[in-house]
Design a protein around this ligand. Structure first.
Ligand SMILES: *[C@@H]1O[C@H](CO)[C@@H](O)[C@H](O)[C@H]1NC(C)=O
Ligand SMILES: *[C@@H]1O[C@H](CO)[C@@H](O)[C@H](O)[C@H]1NC(C)=O
Length: 459
């Protein structure tokens, strides 16, 4: 399936090259020089909490890159919970880094939508440029016109969420993008999404012809990877060692640092989206271990555009270095970062101290929370489909080009019903969204899942 998709995108690319001949590079440079319209960017970190340091670090890094590229603050809109820079656990108060050798990326980042204002409704309102739906925040929106370019970069674990509930659902996001297109308020849009199972956000949902090009960090059944991590009790680091004082955490995510570092390094007036895709694909795949398959969707012809159309231009120090990343490095499964962090806290605390018992309590709490969610979903599946078939049905991955679920309202209501009886799904538990989707796809009715969840969780 994977091979098929890439043959298809290769053919599309080849077609574009054949049609446009060898003028591609020329037209890129020319387009750049005559480009009219404004460059807009939305940067979104979908998490909060110290152990999720990396998502906000990715976003801040992206801001610095765009700012240096010439985008104006009034055109860059940032969503971040903003609990990292001055977190009591930050060994460098007021500073955020996104690379083991990196400088501060926090300074100057606009605080448009922070804390409780970092939510899905504001996210949609900002894309659409509709101030009337906003609650709090700076009020900055993508007030774009028909010749403008829009770049959206979203960094999160799980399916895209917001630090503040509810999550961003694929169907809503695609609906919002359609409305934006219908309002004729952009020329082209590029969307980079880092989130595990991120393909399910767009696959079978994003219409072609909207002038939107999407790159996602993984296939729907794949995990995402965090990098630049070190944890106590682990001798070697992941990716590369962060500075010593940053132990027990990760500075970035593999997909994110791959594109960010590539954009810093390359001449963005020459490097195309497609070239970037090809380069980071290799790094993120990581020789098939501790890596994922990045994907592209939407109007693929857009990937012949130079990065500078969306990210502004830079003055790279050197442009000819080849890909020198080790292709077999270790990275951390995004799902495991929280556990490793808590385990390190436990490991670091002195024997017999209050800190030790507190760390132990926290760790066991999170482990039993995860077990509770896993067991409950599995049990509900077994009630609905039988002991043997249950797990199989919940794990079905639909073929490429088919959305996760046919009836999104069904999916949303099933998650609500689960949470009513069994407690919050938690960000870890979002891995079961596919399971609920498969219940909907199998035609399960609300009263059936309601009874099954009640039976499972009411004891
Ligand atoms: C903004 O959103 C509100 C509420 O959804 C809607 O009624 C209104 O038509 C929107 N305005 C524009 C300009 O799209
Ligand atoms: C990639 O992985 C294969 C086995 O999975 C291994 O034989 C090969 O040496 C690896 N390549 C690199 C460059 O590490």
């Amino acid at each position: 399936m994977f091979v098929k998709i890439n043959v298809a995108s290769f053919l599309v690319a080849l077609f574009v090259v054949l049609v446009e001949g060898s003028n591609v590079i020329e037209s890129i440079v020319e387009d750049h020089e005559h480009s009219i319209g404004t460059q807009w960017a939305m940067l979104v970190a979908g998490s909060s909490g110290w152990y999720n340091y990396r998502h906000q670090a990715n976003i801040c890094h992206a801001y610095q890159l765009l700012k240096k590229g010439g985008l104006k603050d009034e055109h860059i809109i940032v969503f971040m919970y903003d609990d990292i820079a001055y977190n009591p656990e930050n060994p460098r108060p007021g500073v955020i880094i996104n690379n083991p050798h990196g400088h501060d990326v926090y300074k100057g980042v606009p605080k448009d939508y922070t804390g409780k204002d970092c939510n899905a409704q504001n996210f949609y309102g900002v894309i659409l440029g509709n101030k009337s739906v906003l609650t709090g925040g700076s009020g900055k929106v993508v007030n774009s016109g028909p010749n403008d370019y829009i770049f959206i970069y979203y960094s999160d674990h799980g399916s895209p969420a917001m630090p503040v509930e509810p999550p961003v659902y694929a169907t809503e996001l695609n609906e919002v993008l359609k409305i934006k297109h219908a309002s004729r308020t952009y020329k082209k849009m590029v969307f980079y999404l880092e989130a595990w199972e991120s393909r399910s956000m767009f696959d079978g949902l994003l219409d072609e012809g909207l002038n939107i090009y999407v790159t996602t960090s993984s296939k729907p059944d794949e995990d995402g990877w965090a990098t630049y991590c070190s944890f106590s009790g682990d001798k070697s680091c992941y990716g590369e060692c962060p500075p010593k004082e940053f132990k027990d955490n990760c500075l970035g995510d593999l997909f994110s640092v791959s594109w960010l570092e590539n954009s810093d390094l390359r001449d963005r007036r020459v490097e195309t989206l497609k070239k970037q895709y090809q380069r980071i694909r290799k790094r993120v795949l990581n020789n098939g271990t501790h890596g994922s398959h990045i994907m592209e969707y939407g109007d693929l012809h857009i990937h012949n555009d130079a990065l500078s159309k969306y990210m502004g231009s830079n003055s790279p120090k050197h442009t000819s270095s080849t890909n020198n990343y080790p292709s077999n490095s270790r990275h951390v499964n995004q799902r495991d970062v929280q556990l490793l962090y808590l385990l390190s806290k436990f490991h670091d605390a002195p024997e017999g101290s209050i800190r030790k018992s507190e760390a132990y309590r926290k760790l066991s709490e999170v482990i039993s929370e995860r077990e509770h969610v896993d067991k409950s979903v599995k049990h509900i599946g077994q009630i609905l489909f039988g002991v043997k078939n249950g797990p199989e049905v919940l794990n079905i991955v639909r073929p490429a080009g088919q959305p996760l679920v046919d009836d999104w309202d069904c999916l949303k209501s099933f998650v609500k019903i689960f949470e009513f009886h069994c407690g919050s799904l938690t960000s870890y538990g979002r891995k079961h969204v596919r399971g609920f989707a498969n219940m909907c796809n199998a035609g399960i009715q609300r009263d059936q899942i309601d009874a099954a969840a009640k039976q499972t969780c009411s004891s």
